[in-house]
Design a protein around this ligand. Structure first.
Ligand SMILES: C[S@@+](CC[C@H](N)C(=O)[O-])C[C@H]1O[C@@H](n2cnc3c(N)ncnc32)[C@H](O)[C@@H]1O
Length: 310
């Protein structure tokens, strides 16, 4: 499956997959949870973070280990073409910790044994392993764990407000598709329509959008409405210069939609098969602990699972 939508996202310099909720890295009860995992160790360990993205959990775990005076050798792997150095524009003080992590991009967890030869005492993941095909991913996790090693992960909580929000956004994307918003931006950015022809289509598109009153207070719907109106109201000479920007705008939202759909697909997978995590037991691990993580005592930000290899 193509991961271009994640590659583009990580290239933009974000650290976590939820930058609106976590201004720097995962914090609060999520960080407390990872700290509690590390507190079980008192000597150097080798650790692998799977589905690492730009390394949020790998970085957090390294930083928490420093606080505990624990030496951690960290490898971090992801299917997309990750760019952890791109976070340095936003977080320049993370240079040292990033340099200490061995990042491996373009690597599916389902195939990771082809690229990773070493074995680990601890394999971690947050909002990641549930995106993989569970059975083959589980087999590779087991292969890369040392005897007595642990696999600890936090998965999305599928019934959260965030998922409900994404479902509404997907409805908005569907409307934008129906009113041909993406299509006319593509035609314009690929030089397949004149400026006047584009304006006629923009007018029709905005008229069709105005019929969807239910989304009038939706931020995504309004961003598109405002952007299309601005293009429509531009003098022709200025509008001609907007072809590249129009392409970037539409592509940014196509990728955002693909990422949200990944999350919704994962959410469905977890809801439809609440025992999905038992695949790790079938692959040879023993489940020793599981539970919910409540953030700021208000909402559920994930479900944690702890397995050992006996
Ligand atoms: C929601 S993001 C989470 C990233 C990171 N753990 C975080 O919390 O910031 C999910 C990540 O899983 C990666 N991914 C999805 N399927 C994968 C697979 N089969 N193998 C490896 N990585 C995968 C995506 O490329 C993406 O970077």
């Amino acid at each position: 499956m193509s991961k271009n939508h994640w590659t583009a996202y990580w290239k933009s310099g974000v650290l976590t997959s939820l930058p609106a909720d976590f201004k720097v890295n995962y914090d609060g009860e999520l960080a407390d949870y990872w700290l509690s995992v590390l507190q079980q160790y008192d000597q150097e360990i080798t650790t692998l973070d799977v589905c690492t993205g730009n390394g949020a959990v790998a970085i957090l775990v390294k930083q928490l280990a420093q606080q505990l005076d624990l030496n951690i050798n960290m490898t971090a792997v992801d299917a997309s073409d990750i760019k952890p150095a791109s976070i340095l524009n936003n977080f320049p003080d993370m240079q040292d910790v990033i340099n200490q992590i061995d990042f491996i991009g373009n690597c599916l967890i389902e195939n990771m044994c082809e690229k990773i030869n070493s074995k680990f005492e601890l394999i971690v993941s947050q909002y990641g392993i549930e995106y993989c095909e569970t059975e083959p991913a589980a087999q590779n996790i087991v292969k890369l764990l040392k005897e007595k090693g642990k696999f600890v992960f936090i998965s999305h909580a599928p019934e959260t407000a965030m998922m409900a929000y994404m479902q509404t956004e997907e409805q908005v994307y569907q409307v934008l598709e129906d009113v041909k918003a993406f299509e006319i931006l593509h035609q314009f950015s690929n030089d397949k329509t004149t400026v006047n022809g584009f304006k006629i289509k923009l007018k029709a598109c905005l008229a069709a959008m105005s019929l969807h009153a239910a989304y009038r207070s939706n931020a995504l719907f309004n961003t598109w409405g405002n952007t299309l109106s601005q293009l429509l109201n531009m003098p022709n000479a200025a509008l001609k210069q907007q072809r590249i920007k129009a392409k970037e705008f539409s592509q940014q939202y196509e990728f955002a939609r693909a990422r949200a759909n990944d999350m919704l697909r994962v959410s469905d997978k977890l809801l439809n098969d609440p025992k999905w995590y038992q695949a790790f037991e079938r692959a040879g691990l023993t489940l020793i602990n599981q539970g919910d993580i409540r953030y700021q005592n208000t909402h559920n930000v994930g479900h944690f699972y702890e397995f050992t290899k006996d």
